[in-house]
Design a protein around this ligand. Sequence first.
Ligand code: SAH
Ligand code: SF4
Ligand code: F3S
Length: 481
Amino acid sequence: MVVSELERIVSKIDIENDPPADEPERQYYFIARAKAMIGDSKPTACIKTFGCQMNARDSEKLTGILKCVGYEILPEEDEETADFIIYNTCTVRENANLKVYGRLGKLGHIKKSRPQMMIAMCGCMMQEPEVVDKIRKSYGFVDIIFGTHNIFELPELLAKRLEEKACVYDIWEGTDKIVEELPSERKFSFKSGVNIMFGCNNFCSYCIVPYVRGRERSRKPEDIIEEIRNLADDGVKEVMLLGQNVNSYGKGLDEPVSFAELLRKVAEVDGIERIRFMTSHPKDLSDELIKAMAELPKVCDHLHLPLQSGSSRVLKEMNRHYTKEGYMELVDKLRTAIPEIALTTDIIVGFPGETEEDFLETMDVVNRVEYDSAFTFIYSKRTGTPAAKMEDQIPEDVIKDRFDRLLALVQEKATVKNKALEGRTLPVLVESINPQDPGLVSGRLENNSMVHFPGDATLIGSIVEVKLSEAKGFYYIGDRV
Ligand code: SAH
Ligand code: SF4
Ligand code: F3S
C-alpha cells in the first residue's frame, strides 16, 4: 500500500474509540493516535539500516509508517539532527554489532543536550536477549525497542511512548503471523524489494539468522502478485524477490507453489521488466528453476549462489547439505542452460577446523567458477550457534593470510570477467546521477554491474542501450547508443 492511500484511511479513524483487535486495522488506529500527539510540529526522523536486503525492505516499511504519522524523513547521514532515530540492526557478524554500540554511545551524548530526541532500536540484534539486557543496562536512554517479528507494531509502540513518556520494550520470540497491507515508502521509484518469505529453517551451523528471524514462512502468491502489480502501476520496472532461501519458497502454504512457478507468475505482470531474487541455497536449486530462468527473458541472467566453502568436509560441518562436486555440477547446469549467466557468491574464511587443504578447495572452486564478484567474510563466532562451540577455532593470523589470498583471487577473476564485456552494447537501468560527476548517470546491467555514462536526470528509471567502452575492474564507463 502506498502512503497516500493509508493517509486517507487514517484520516477517517476516530481515536476516541477503543483500538481494534485485528491487524493491520489496529496499527492504522495507532497511526491516527500518534498523528494526533505530534500535531503540527512536523518532527524529523532518520532510519539507519544495517545488514541485508531484508532489513533494507523492513526500513522502507518503517519509513512508510513514519511518513503516515507525519514525520519528515531525513537521509541516513542526518541521524544526529533528527527528532526520532531508528536503528534497524544486523547481528550476522560481530563487527555489525560493534558498529551499532559505537554509534549508540555517540547518540547518548547528543541526547544529553537534546532530551526531546527519541531513539528506537529494532532488527536482528534485538532478538538476542543479551543484547536487549545490555541496552537496558548501559544505554538506558533508548526509548523504544522492538524486534524483527513485530516491526508492523511501530505505530502502537510509538503512540505508547508519546503518550506515556516511558520506555517501551516489545520483542516477540517468534511468530507465524504475516501482516499484510502496511504502507511502505520505496528508496528508489523504479525498483523495489519484495518479500516472498520470512525466516529460515536451514540452521547452517555458523549462522544466527534462523534464531533472530524465526522459522520459514511464505507469503501467499496472490498477495505477492498483488503487491508487484501495484508496484508496476506505480512505475517500478525491477523487482528483487527476497527470502533467506527463495528456492524453498511455498513449501508451507495451504496450496504449495514452487519458486519457479512463482517466478512465472511474476513475469506475467505487465510493466515489470527485470526480475531478480536473493538468496538461493544451492541445496534447493532445482532443474525446474534453472529452466524457468532460462525461459523467462525478464529474469536477469544473474544468480547469487553462496558457496561458503569449497571443501565438502567443511560444508558438512557447516550443515549446508551439498558437496563441492554437487556445487560444481550446478554451475555446469546453469552455464549450459544460460551461457551468459553472471554468478556471484558468499564465502566464509576460517570456519572452525578449516585446514590449509580445505581452504585450497575453496580457492579451487573460485578458480574454476570465475565468479563475477564475491563477498568474502572472516568467520565470526555467534553465541548460540553450533559452530561457536566447535573446537579448533582458527588463529587470527592464519585467517588473515587466507582471507588476503582469497580476496586477491576473487579480484583477479572478477577483473577478467568484467573485461570480457568491454565493447559490448547492453541494456542499463539508470539509477541516479553519478555522485562524483554530475555530467554522468549511473545504472546497472542485467548482471548487476554498475555502468557510468554521460546523461541527465530525465534518464533515471529508464532502460537504455549503452556501449561499454571501458572496463574498470568492477564497473564500466560507457556511452549511450
Ligand atoms: N540466507 C543467505 C545468507 C544470509 S547471511 C544464504 O544462505 O546464503 C549472508 C552471508 O553472511 C552468508 O552467506 C554468509 O557467507 C555470511 N555469514 C553468515 N554467518 C556468518 C558468520 N557467523 N561469520 C561470517 N560470515 C557469516
Ligand atoms: Fe543463515 Fe544458512 Fe539460513 Fe542462509 S540458509 S540465513 S546462511 S542459516
Ligand atoms: Fe543481518 Fe538480520 Fe540480515 S542478521 S544479514 S540483517 S537477516
